[in-house]
Write a protein that binds this ligand. Sequence first.
Ligand code: CTP
Length: 397
Amino acid sequence: MELQGKNIVLGVTGGIAAYKAAELVRLLLGQGAAVQVAMTEAATHFVTPVTFQALSGKPVFTDQWDSRVANNMAHIDLSRTADALLVAPASADFLAKVAHGLADDLLTALVLARNCPLLVAPAMNRQMWDNPATARNLATLRGDGVSVLGPASGGQACGETGLGRMLEAEEIVAELIAFFQPKLLAGKRVLLTAGPTFEAVDPVRGITNLSSGKMGYAIARAAREAGADVTLVSGPVDLASPPGVERIRVSSALQMRDAVQQHVAHCDVFVAVAAVADYRPANPSPQKIKKGQQAKPPAIELVQNPDILAEVAALPNPPLCVGFAAESENLHEYAESKRRSKKIPLIVGNLIHHGFGGDDNTLTLFDDKGRHPLPPAPKLELARQIVARIAILLEKP
Ligand code: CTP
């Protein structure tokens, strides 16, 4: 329920992606938002107002001259209680009109008369998107403070392939949720590690651990929502990349360390969430190890992996370093001693009660000022609190 209590006016303009707006209404309601739909006349040729009325539970507005509104000023009334005006899909024609301040139908009049933020999710043919006129209009809109969501690249309804596809409904909802978060890390660059590492024994076997990657991915998402430029170095996990985050996939600890070293320059913050294998096989076999070919079961000799977090913290000009300590006992003592030995300002302690991989967590933050237990909460909520703490430490180290 990330949009609980938010009033969203959803504008729908004429384009084949209008069918995705129906799903968008459902997802917005599912996050607790109230949704009021306003359609252009062109949009009604793609999806009928009845569809949106049934989904949103509210009459749909399509016309400036709507006698249902007592004062006949729907263009004013609709935006006054709205927290945001979201237009999805936003056609090239609609964007051109808004860029020029035209107001010749209900939706454009509503946009011009609004007193709330405007977000648009463009959808159009790739040539229309590439047209310099569209680029000019988008630049004007961005300059006017309009948030432009997408578009994505891919196959289009016309059979062509390129930029101009509307974002998927889930992506638009994620962007809207992010929009409402405070921009505590605006302009900052954040590098993270997440997930387990996989240390090969032979081409088909290896040593790994049960880290799901969820906590690291949640912090990457929260940092992005807070306005940071985020790079996520991820071990093998089965999770989608958070929107707007650059993800670099790696497998072993050595690959993770290489990727971190390549991206750590100019970073303001490094958050090491990955459960890096402490040891790797010294001599992984180039061929699959066959059973029964040796007299004894094979022994795997291990060598220690580099401590990626400690290496970053030891750089001449290190970013603000944040570590994690997952412990099954003595959390306070172990977390604090890791913080000191790795020489990092903040460590997030996690007392493992129920194993790895859940959606909720119980965390305690340890920094110079002592320990700060966080109430049990979903990982994204905890991630936002960690981001808030990082923002404070960046201001007053
Ligand atoms: N870390 C790292 N590189 C490693 C090992 C750990 O960057 N090779 C980071 C983790 O991402 C985490 C923190 O260091 O932020 C965990 O510290 P560590 O002492 O390595 O934890 P454990 O491996 O759990 O240590 P122990 O087995 O002693 O509890």
